[in-house]
Design a binder for this molecule. Structure first.
Ligand SMILES: Cc1ncc(C[n+]2csc(CCOP(=O)(O)OP(=O)(O)O)c2C)c(N)n1
Ligand SMILES: [Mg+2]
Length: 365
């Protein structure tokens, strides 16, 4: 019951109001690393490789968006555009056999963990050549061979699976760690708190990484979350950090440091990486909840442009050579579209396949 003097108010009030009394919806980006690529143990070639990967993720999705708009395929399409430094910095920092699991904004993760543009595009088109045989679509990119477990549509549904993988790794004593990525909106799913408690208690080598991109669908973080997301770690005595997710070198530096520490002490971490979602939640989002100016603020610190500038400042590659790399990526994406368009759709019987594990489970053989 509301106090007699006041009306019941169910909209968030008073959180980070700016001078005009409006809710300040921006995600505050922490300072990026000051270390040079050499201090981080990276080579000029590593910088170029990171750039190529981020550029591939961006062009793959921009083209996928075009094809979706042309009606070439349907279903959901959640774009990762703006967040590419997180997938790229993480995968360059972790070992190739460390496990990664994420939610439905998963195209970038798939590409960086070895889903080819052809297999990715075919998955979007619902073709058998897709990474999930065309039966998963946008939300179910996966590459189990390369320890990327997908791609999940239920907000928070994959979090206990991530900690289960971490449990299996500890049980097998194989030295692998698990990185479980989730959105800011998923932080409020009760299951996260069940597994954070358990992971801390059982010392599981698991990183819970929140990609705070400012919004859960059309609801800004300021409207859906009390306090700082990262502080959820305090309730569990878990180690925590906030990172700038618009700078690939920052993500690389911290994820590498943390991964090394986890391999030593097998204690979990709660990591908030701040970033920004450039596109709507999915393709049917009119984005009335934010302004063009807000989006442009973040585009000024675009992770791909930022790395490109850094590459030229450090003379890691000539402009001409980088343009060749970009052209090559562009061609690969166009070839992937052609391939997907001409690929076969699944036969109706495929509906009944892959429902259960029929042979021995392949995990950790
Ligand atoms: C259990 C559940 N509730 C609601 C939805 C609908 N839904 C899909 S995405 C989403 C928002 C999640 O936002 P966030 O975790 O911040 O991830 P982002 O989309 O920003 O990557 C919601 C509510 C869902 N898929 N699953
Ligand atoms: Mg979000």
């Amino acid at each position: 019951m509301a106090n007699k003097q006041e009306e019941a108010v169910f909209t968030p009030i008073g959180l980070n109001k700016n001078k005009n009394g409006k809710i300040d919806k921006t995600v505050k980006l922490p300072e990026p690393t000051k270390k040079t690529y050499k201090q981080l143990g990276l080579t000029k070639q590593n910088l170029v490789d990171m750039y190529e990967q981020m550029y591939l993720q961006r062009r793959f999705e921009e083209r996928a968006m075009q094809m979706y708009q042309k009606g070439k395929f349907g279903g959901f399409l959640h774009l990762y555009i703006g967040q590419e430094a997180i997938s790229t910095g993480t995968v360059f920092a972790l070992n190739d056999n460390d496990d990664i699991i994420t939610a439905y904004r998963d195209h970038g993760w798939g590409l960086v963990r070895g889903v080819t543009p052809k297999a990715g595009m075919s998955e979007l088109y619902g073709k058998t050549a897709g990474c999930s045989k065309g039966k998963g679509g946008s939300m179910h990119f996966a590459n189990v061979k390369n320890h990327f477990w997908g791609g999940f549509g239920i907000v928070g549904g994959h979090i206990p699976l991530g900690s289960g993988i971490a449990f299996a790794n500890k049980y097998k004593d194989n030295g692998r760690i698990t990185a479980c990525f989730l959105g800011d909106g998923a932080v409020h799913q009760g299951v996260l708190h069940e597994v954070m408690n358990m992971c801390q208690l059982w010392k599981l080598p698991c990183l819970f990484v929140v990609e705070n991109n400012g919004y859960a669908m059309g609801t800004s973080v300021e409207r859906h979350s009390v306090g700082e997301i990262v502080d959820r770690a305090d309730a569990y005595g878990m180690k925590k950090v906030v990172l700038n997710g618009m700078d690939v070198l920052t993500v690389y530096e911290k994820m590498k440091e943390i991964a090394e520490e986890v391999r030593e002490d097998s204690m979990p971490w709660f990591i908030e990486i701040r970033t920004y979602r450039y596109r709507g939640h999915s393709m049917s989002d009119p984005q009335k909840y934010r302004t063009k100016e807000e989006l442009e603020e973040y585009q000024k610190v675009d992770p791909i442009e930022r790395l490109k500038t850094y590459i030229f400042e450090n003379k890691a590659i000539s402009q001409k050579k980088l343009e060749e790399i970009e052209e090559n990526v562009e061609n690969k994406v166009l070839e992937a579209i052609e391939f997907a368009e001409n690929a076969d759709p699944p036969e109706p019987e495929a509906l009944y396949e892959d429902m259960f594990v029929e042979e021995e489970a392949t995990f950790h053989k």
